[in-house]
Design a protein around this ligand. Sequence first.
Ligand SMILES: [Zn+2]
Length: 279
Amino acid sequence: MEPSSTEAGTPGPGLDGAHVPGLAEALPWLRLARHILVFTGAGISTESGIPDFRGPNGVWKTTDPQRYTIQSYVSDQSVRVERWRARLEGRFSDAQPNAAHLAVTRLQRAGLAPVVVTQNIDGLHQKAGTVNVIELHGTSSEAMCLDCARRMPMEVALDRVREGDEDPHCELCGGLLKTATISFGQPLVAADMDRGIDEARRCDVCLTVGSTLSVWPAAAVPVEAARHGARLVIVNEGVTDLDGMANLILSGRAGMVMTELVAAILAGGTQGRIQGPRW
Ligand SMILES: [Zn+2]
């Protein structure tokens, strides 16, 4: 258990937001927030060793996105074989949450961020102890049948690949199995998107972390929040498509910025919403 500066009883670095340009001026209204909707993208996981898509070393710099469409998965067996083999090698299955994921968990445990909406499929929010995570683009921890929608733990599907079935099919209906993630060309799960939009209408601050906010319909969540009067806070290393709508833009690595941001918000301790410092 990682004690926060507040719990340790001494003011730690970042409690006044001085290390992150722009943060100190925003603290008065950030500390009044009662319902923060956290919305995350690939940039929150790069410090865990998982490459993002559109960054300088992003996946799309070296990989053809055309091979990642649902159409190519369904029509081309070599794509499926390649994908299952890559999954079996499990390059990223040992990835661990980083400081940014842990900061989100602290915010949630303080009662300020009941729900997290993520575009990520890596499960790192849950590994960091965050609950109520809406995974708009699915999860790599399960496989599903594209015909009957039956789901199973990823390991069950991978066991079949290990046993020599290079292109496993559903045992019930014969349909194609696929990681339970949303590929290009594949619709999002409507219920997940609906929940995300509901949460957007409920929050008073929408905090986006590590997303270029350029992938739709996921980006509709922060847009909806802003339209309903929430303040928009963007944490990202580069520009995003929604910078023009933002009330606060914090540039930098997600781990550092989120650690400082959350420490500074919680150090406010206003309205009795969190336990105050003990000194
Ligand atoms: Zn099936």
